[in-house]
Design a protein around this ligand. Sequence first.
Ligand SMILES: Nc1ncnc2c1ncn2[C@@H]1O[C@H](COP(=O)(O)OP(=O)(O)OP(=O)(O)O)[C@@H](O)[C@H]1O
Length: 308
Amino acid sequence: MTTTIVTTDRLTKRYGDHVAVDDVSLTVRPGEVYGFLGPNGAGKTTTLRMLLGLIRPSGGTATVLGHPPGAPAAVAEVGALIEGPGFYPYLSGRDNLRVMARYRRLGDETVDTALTRVDLHDRGDDAFSTYSLGMKQRLGVACALLGDPELLILDEPTNGLDPAGMADMRALIVALAGQGQSVMLSSHMLSEVEEICDRVGVISGGRLIAESTVSDIRGASTLYVRAEPADVALAVAMQVGGDDAARVLDDNGVRIELDAGSAPQVVRALVQAGADVYEVRTSERSLEEVFFEITAESIAGTTQGVSR
Ligand SMILES: Nc1ncnc2c1ncn2[C@@H]1O[C@H](COP(=O)(O)OP(=O)(O)OP(=O)(O)O)[C@@H](O)[C@H]1O
């Protein structure tokens, strides 16, 4: 059995002077949903295209299911939805998939299985042009599922979908992972992927700046305290959590970088200091907040090195 599904080692792609993907080393493990996150232009699609063997790296290496990208053994076991699949508008969804299946020398039965897995079986005989955007995107996933590949690579699968379409796509990805498929998907919509990914890699300006589980990346939960006077609350927070752990928020609340277990200690200290405590709760940073923090730090740290 393969112990890693995808590994890259200092994978790099340059276009002239521009480094689109810069020394990226990442790992996708069996059975996981891996979110590849980054703002527009971060290098997600370029990385995925290298993993699919569609473009050649300028440096570094990648292994997909134990093979070099694009090797026949890798191609046979990877299904991809990248940059909008091209379908014939006048053919039915089923016939579009049959065209693809025959091209890949797969039997027609794989078409029915794929249509069922994306919940399009009942609409399979309707023309592609009559499909909603969400259905078109699901047909793209069905196309990637032909031949039951071990790994699915989905580039921005929720892009352009309405909230209901996004929810359907999320549920589909979770269901596929539940059936044992490893999934690597890219997104710039963090709120989208935090619910469904086991681990995420964050890319910014071509560099992988974090790779971990969603909860590790989000970090420890923090305590939010609203007490008056605010300056007393801040002093207490600094005393309990240390000078750098506490700050006053716009609403006069105080945020303390302490785990939830410290709440009783903080409340006791506030009361002893004569503060009136109105609210104490734990607040987890959303992935969105963390993402902006770490991408901003990464951009600030590399601005001098960025060529335009
Ligand atoms: N063929 C190319 N020639 C020159 N530059 C390119 C080429 N392909 C991509 N780039 C540049 O490489 C960088 C990364 O692009 P890429 O499409 O991988 O980003 P992305 O993270 O997928 O962004 P998006 O979410 O907008 O698709 C961008 O600055 C892009 O302009």
